[in-house]
Design a protein around this ligand. Sequence first.
Ligand code: S5P
Length: 276
Amino acid sequence: MSLAKLSYAERAKRHSNASARALLEVMERKKTNLCVSVDVTTKSEFLSVVDVVGPYICLVKTHVDIIEDFDHDLIEKLRELSVKYDFLIFEDRKFADIGNTVALQYSSGVHKIASWSHITNAHPVPGPSIISGLASVGVPLGRGLLLLAEMSTKGSLATGSYTEEAVRMARANKNFVIGFIAQRRMDGVGASPDESTEEDDFLILTPGVGLDSRGDSMGQQYRTPKEVIVDSGCDVIIVGRGIYGKGNNLDIQTVQAQAERYRTEGWNAYQERIKG
Ligand code: S5P
């Protein structure tokens, strides 16, 4: 049976990585495959968005380096909200350096990402050493890594053999690499004809999702939850501005209504996929 037909609950049992399992379990428990990307620049806006979208999401995606008044109290409050509303945390750090440097960037500095973020991501561009560098910090903490196998932007270079190589790197590191940031399922991608990939179960988290717009003026491209979940077989929809608008005039009631709307669209699409 194709993995895309299995329920999130069934897939949770196939994962030994604690973060992958926890994410699939929370998706099933809360009936949501919505991840909200909270790309706002102040602590108070950040916490008000998370507080209002909390009930509708499985995952909060952060860019902590854009928050002007970042401090560890913000992380404490985010952790409290993640317990209160039952969601996981994904710092979208997009690591891209040599193993030794990324291990330091992941564990140390102002943000100490590994200490609070269940999931993070990396560009495969440096090759497998980026995975071993990050794994030296993340594996002992039960963290999970996503590789950017594709991107949502116009003219992205992450295509063809680059994407295939990313999937091969993931297959060789399944204890830590739990899936991809990508635009479609990656089942069998880059495998040699005699290689069995049936045991693979990579999570596909997909940004570039919007119901009211097809893109922005800086190369972003949007598809609907149905296109992403049903047509392309992805697992989690990542939505930013579709939910909180431009961020400079947050209307909390609209944010809540949009989160509810995307949650419903994403979950209906998933049900159509597993039943269809
Ligand atoms: O290919 C990608 C990968 C990522 S992680 N395209 C993306 O847009 N992202 C991130 O998803 C991006 O950094 C941003 O935080 C979010 C999309 O935001 P939106 O406002 O366009 O929905």
